[in-house]
Design a protein around this ligand. Structure first.
Ligand SMILES: *Cc1c(COP(=O)(O)O)cnc(C)c1O
Length: 376
């Protein structure tokens, strides 16, 4: 096959973009994205129109895809998240946001008259999801560390006791990586005798590695979650944004619709589905294994401990939530934020100590922050 040919000017533009991307990936500490992957053995698949349209567990008349690998990825996470052995299902999504949309969609089909509760530290996409699904929601206050204020949750649910409850729990908020405690939330539901409830866990970043922590945070199916969404391009790493959503199979059965045109069940949000991203995730899981993933988590935590104490030693008011890889500190000057691509909110910035982040990078950032303090 001949590649499409470009003019000299277009080739130059493409090469320029590649150089820019390489350069900008270097000093990249502010977003939870791993960049230490190497999927070159998968390059030949770029020549094929992989499409996993429809349900991953039911074959389709469209047969150019990666369903077998997708099923492996789903099963891997269903087990890691302690889903009931005979009642799990899931698919590879376009990202954490789609996984959250899916969890809320299942919840709404189960409890159409429910109220959704989520904390004020919840990812911005969730409000949009609620809007798309036309679901009513109430925002719950957060504690100073970004975790849900359980007293406010209890008080607010008490006032709406006549309604079924849908909780969107954060397993790692975006700014401070605080984890809402699902067993504590379950306790409140029990205390209020609310029997109709659904808990969706947004584990975009931390959900991917929380299972490797000791003590294990209360975040998964065994703790009371009904569905869990993670992002694939965050902790694991992928050139294309992607994610995984795991739910109880009995819940997805309620929305499944057979479609003759694709010869499978329509159980996902989109029609055509990316067949390449399941390959990336499969490759990562197969090559790293549970041990490799655990190692990645350990590295990230070590760097986070290091960054926090180095900053504190140098007079920077840094802090982090227990067992989290996000280090929060007062917003540095604009040029430093731009260089390291640091997000900031209400005067605070953070770095996310992803598996590729090194102590040398942390040292350099701190040196620049101190220099800035002197210079100003
Ligand atoms: C990143 C993130 C999301 C969104 O995930 P995408 O993969 O970017 O769609 C949702 N929730 C939290 C807490 C996140 O950090």
């Amino acid at each position: 096959m001949k590649p499409y040919l470009l003019s000299a000017a277009d080739t130059a533009q493409l090469e320029g973009l590649l150089a820019l991307v390489q350069n900008r990936t270097q000093d990249f500490l502010g977003y939870p994205v791993s960049k230490d992957f190497d999927y070159t053995p998968l390059l030949p698949f770029l020549q094929y129109p992989l499409n996993n349209l429809g349900d991953p567990f039911i074959s389709s008349t469209y047969m150019v895809g990666s369903r077998e690998m997708e099923k492996y990825v789903v099963e891997f996470f269903a087990k890691l998240f302690r889903a009931p052995a005979d009642d799990w299902w899931g698919y590879v999504t376009n990202g954490g946001s789609e996984g959250n949309l899916y969890g809320l969609y299942l919840a709404r089909e189960l409890y159409p008259k429910a109220m959704v509760y989520y904390s004020e530290a919840t990812h911005y996409s969730v409000q949009k999801n609620l809007h798309l699904l036309n679901m009513p929601g109430i925002m719950i206050r957060t504690l100073p560390n970004g975790e849900m204020d359980y007293e406010d949750l209890q008080h607010t649910m008490e006032m709406n006791r006549h309604m079924p409850v849908i909780i969107l729990a954060n397993i790692g908020t975006t700014m401070t990586e605080a984890r809402d405690d699902i067993s504590r939330i379950k306790g409140i539901l029990k205390h209020l005798a609310i029997r109709h409830h659904y808990i969706h866990a947004d584990g975009a970043l931390s959900g991917s590695y929380s299972a490797f922590l000791e003590p294990r945070p209360a975040f998964d199916f065994a703790d009371g979650a009904d569905s869990i969404a993670i992002s694939g391009h965050k902790f694991i790493g992928s050139p294309i944004p992607c994610g995984v959503v795991i739910a109880r199979k009995s819940y997805r059965d309620r929305i499944a619709r057979s479609v003759a045109y694709i010869g499978t069940l329509d159980t996902t949000i989109t029609g055509s589905r990316n067949g390449h991203s399941p390959l990336f995730l499969w490759y990562a899981l197969k090559s790293l294994g549970l041990e490799g993933l655990k190692e990645r988590a350990k590295h990230s935590l070590t760097i986070a401990v290091y960054a926090t104490s180095r900053m504190q030693e140098n007079g920077i008011a840094a802090w982090r939530n227990p067992d989290s890889i996000t280090v929060v500190f007062p917003e540095p000057a604009g040029n430093i934020r731009r260089k390291w691509q640091l997000a900031s909110e209400n005067g605070w910035s953070h770095i996310i100590c992803m598996p590729n982040v090194t102590k040398a990078q942390v040292d350099q950032l701190i040196a620049e922050m101190l220099h800035e303090t002197v210079a100003v």
